[in-house]
Structure formats: C-alpha cells, structure tokens
Design a protein around this ligand. Structure first.
Ligand SMILES: Cc1cc2nc3c(=O)[nH]c(=O)nc-3n(C[C@H](O)[C@H](O)[C@H](O)COP(=O)(O)OP(=O)(O)OC[C@H]3O[C@@H](n4cnc5c(N)ncnc54)[C@H](O)[C@@H]3O)c2cc1C
Length: 404
C-alpha cells in the first residue's frame, strides 16, 4: 500500500501529527518499538488506579489553544501540583514559598523571609570572594565582564551549580532542598556541575504551594491513554518493532508498502547509527509497589526526597492525581540512573559537548531527504507535553505547505 507518512513513534508528538495529517486527508502509518502507544505519557490501570508508568505527568499550559486542543480528547480534573519535600525528619512545601520559609525559620512575614535570604546570599557571596582572594578560584579571562551580581555587590560569577544556587536562595534552602536532590538527579556533586543547569530557582513570597505558574492545569480523568487512543483511532499502528527492523521486513516482503515521507521521533543519534558519537542522557528506574492494606501512603501525589542518603528522588502515589479514595494504593519510587545504550533515555544532557554534537547531527538530518525529526528525542531537548503538542501542530502546518 502507498502511504504519505511513516510515523516512527506513537508518543504524543507522533500521535498528534498522525491525527492532524489524517484529518487533512493524508494516509499515515505509525510504528513503535514499545508494546504500547503513548510513549512516556503512557498510563495503565491497576486496581482502579491510573499509574503513570514513566513518571508523574501533570498537564499544564498557559496557551489557551493547546488547553482547548487536549480538552477535545479528555475531561481534565482540577489537580494542582503541590509537592512536599522530605529532608531527614523535616517536611517542607514546594516550590519555595512562605509556607517553606515559615517552617524553616519560624517566621511569618515576607519581609522576614526576604531579610534571611538576602543575608544568606550575601554570606555566600562573601565566601566566594574569600576563596577567590585565597587563589582557590579561577581568574577572570581578559575582557570577561562582571556579572550582574558583581555589580550589585552580591556575588561573583558562579563557577559551579553550588555557587549559583547559593547566590540565588542562600545556604539553608540550598542545603536542605536543592543540594542532595540535584546531586542524585545528575549523579555528580553540585561543585562539579555547571552553573547553567539552574538558571533560576523560583522563590515566592506568598503562601502559594502551586508548583506551576501556568493558567491551566490538571490530569485527564481516567488517564492519558484515552487521548492517545482517540488521536490514533483512524491510523494503523504496529507495535513492538523498531524502525530498522520495520524497514528490513518491509523491503523483504513480497508487496512492500511505500512511504513518501517519514516523521522520526526516536533518538536522532540512533537514526544515524551513532556515526558522530553518542549523545548523553540521564535515565530513571521506576520501582512500583501495590499496597493492598494501605489506602493512603503519603497523603500527596508527589513527595521529593531531598537528602543524598536516600537513593530515590521521589515517591509518587498515583491515586492522589485523581483524588482516589478506594482501597489499596500504588506508589512508585524514582531512582535516577546513568544512561547506557539500550536503556530508556529520559532527560537530554544539554551541556556544551552534547549541544555541539547535536548540531552536527542536525546538519545530517537537514540533508536527509523526506525525513523529518520531531519530538523530545528527535530534537534532543526536554519538552513538556503542551510544547510537544504545539510543535507537532506547527509541523502539521509546515507539511500542509508541501501539498499546496
Ligand atoms: C520522568 C518524566 C516526567 C515528565 N513529566 C511531565 C509533566 O509532568 N508534564 C509535562 O507536560 N511533561 C512531562 N514530561 C515530558 C513528556 O513526557 C513529553 O513531553 C512527551 O512524552 C514527549 O512526547 P514524544 O512523542 O516527543 O516522545 P516519547 O513519549 O518518548 O515518544 C517517542 C516514542 O518513539 C518510540 N521510538 C523511539 N525510537 C524508536 C525507533 N527507532 N523505532 C520505533 N519506535 C521508536 C518510543 O518507544 C516512544 O514510544 C515528563 C517527562 C519525563 C521523562
């Protein structure tokens, strides 16, 4: 059979693209190497609870068009993400806000909180200067400009993530809520991590535990799969096969299918057989547990463990995403891990080395005739779901030009 598009990857990007192109009259065929559709937003029902199999997924956006778009496919509840942080035997609200500061320092007003943070930021800047004076830090390069912090008299250019975080939130918040969590996430000490990883650490001087600042937020009632199922309803999908094996089998078949164009949402370096080297990722290991005798394990969907000694970064209790009150509960512990070939790549490591390598792969991709690279792996960047939908819709627009 003749198809207009072969779509590699039945994740959110591939599914939105397939749906819209099908609606526009194009013939699409979709494959995925996993045995299910949905990619990383895949949810599975366990004893009446929707389990987010590849980590907690909370939909949030400020874009009304995208919010209306997803609401065509599912009804969303009013879930608001308000994580709790556990540091040893202390519990704090996230993101950093007046509830966090009040618990940490026994204060009540924004003015008191600001004064403590400013004092700790100034102390941190002073320590950096002392270290510089003692010759422990690098000298500025000739012509290197002073940072905004320097000019205000607060901080020298942060040389690593630790200095960056200290200059943003001061020592208490950094040591209790940032340091251990970040070190587990990246598998390295904050002193060895580049400052750019944390550009900002949002600090709120209101009693507001809503993690996201987007206008629209929620969880699809009954899980994410109804969205993907509806998106792919009229598109033939073959699961459990990789792009390479699919091409081979198709070529060897008596009546091979033909495809005018390919949308590839897998890893860009894998597509090119890693000919320029491997891009780096961070991976995750999920440990799931069904607790029959427990109806409410932690009282919140997301609890972060911010001390280094506990090997996981988060425990997710899935029933709270949908305000579940039934018997039993399912929890997932999330362990960050080193990515090796063959494992699931979750987070791109967008440092200088990887971005330079990605640029070289992008040049190869641009020269590849009739193949489009999309989604978080094809574009080697972290995308939230709303951005993935927006990008897929933009691509649909571009592709329509092709037929005009
Ligand atoms: C732990 C975690 C938590 C997240 N939480 C949130 C959140 O709370 N809110 C939010 O908005 N976003 C969140 N995201 C981001 C969200 O998961 C992504 O935006 C979205 O899943 C990306 O969709 P995609 O189609 O680009 O990629 P994917 O979902 O990865 O889909 C790509 C698909 O392609 C398939 N594939 C790859 N290579 C091949 C190949 N060679 N052959 C065949 N098939 C192939 C894969 O099996 C996969 O199914 C989170 C991401 C992670 C990792």
């Amino acid at each position: 059979m003749k198809y207009d598009y072969l779509i590699v990857g039945a994740g959110l990007f591939g599914a939105v693209f397939a749906h819209e192109m099908k609606k526009a009259g194009r013939n699409c065929y979709c494959i995925d190497r996993r045995t299910h559709i949905g990619g990383n937003i895949y949810t599975e029902e366990w004893k009446g609870i929707q389990v987010h199999k590849y980590g907690a997924h909370i939909f949030h956006t400020s874009d009304r068009t995208i919010w209306d778009y997803v609401n065509q496919f599912a009804e969303f509840n009013h879930y608001i993400n308000s994580p709790i942080a556990v540091y040893r035997d202390e519990l704090y609200n996230l993101p950093f806000n007046m509830n966090t500061f009040s618990k940490m320092w026994g204060i009540r007003t924004p003015e008191e909180a600001r004064a403590i943070i400013e004092k700790q930021r100034a102390e941190a800047a002073g320590e950096v200067r002392c270290a510089e004076a003692a010759g422990e830090m690098r000298e500025p390069e000739p012509g290197e400009s002073l940072s905004a912090g320097d000019q205000s008299g607060l901080a020298a250019e942060p040389a690593n993530l630790e200095e960056q975080a200290l200059s943003l939130v001061g020592r208490d918040v950094y040591e209790k809520l940032v340091k251990g969590y970040t070190e587990k996430q990246w598998g390295r000490s904050c002193k060895e991590l580049p400052a750019f990883i944390i550009k900002r650490l949002p600090v709120r001087f209101t009693y507001d535990n809503n993690y996201f600042t987007d206008r629209y937020q929620g969880i699809p009632i009954g899980g994410y799969m109804q969205i993907i199922e509806k998106l792919l309803a009229d598109v033939p999908v073959r699961l459990g096969i990789s792009y390479r094996d699919f091409l081979k089998q198709n070529e060897e078949s008596d009546r091979p299918d033909t495809f005018d164009r390919v949308l590839y949402t897998g890893m860009i370096d894998e597509y090119f057989d890693y000919c320029l080297g491997e891009l780096q990722y961070r991976s995750l290991r999920f440990e799931e547990e069904y607790m029959e005798a427990c109806d409410n394990y932690q009282g919140n969907a997301v609890v972060n463990y911010t001390d280094r000694e506990i090997p996981y970064t988060r425990i997710i209790e899935h029933k709270h995403f949908e305000f579940g009150v039934g018997k039993g509960t399912v929890i997932t512990r999330e362990y960050p891990s080193v990515w090796e070939k063959g494992q699931e790549p979750y987070y791109p490591v967008n440092d200088e080395r990887n971005m330079a390598l990605y640029e070289r792969y992008r040049e190869l991709a641009a020269a590849e005739k009739n193949v489009i690279f999309g989604g978080r792996l094809g574009q080697y960047r972290y995308y939230d779901m709303d951005k993935v939908i927006a990008e897929a819709l933009k691509l649909v627009e571009n592709e329509q030009q092709h037929y005009r």
